[in-house]
Design a protein around this ligand. Structure first.
Ligand SMILES: [Zn+2]
Length: 61
């Protein structure tokens, strides 16, 4: 993981919700089977250009 950059617009990032995204994840290969699970994640961005993932706001569009 990269160290988050300090905000250029203030002492802290002001996270604004952008959108929800679907994150696909393969998990479990213990028995030769893998399960595809899809989770929703929220994308947030700051005015300085920084982005982060957080809790989703609603459903996946
Ligand atoms: Zn910022």
């Amino acid at each position: 993981m990269k160290k988050p950059k300090a905000c250029t617009n203030g002492p802290r990032h002001k996270w604004k919700f952008v959108k929800d995204i679907a994150v696909k994840k393969m998990s479990g290969c213990a028995n030769g089977f893998s399960t595809l699970s899809i989770t929703a994640k929220g994308v947030y961005s700051c005015e300085c250009g920084a982005k982060k993932c957080g809790n989703p706001h609603g459903g996946i569009q």
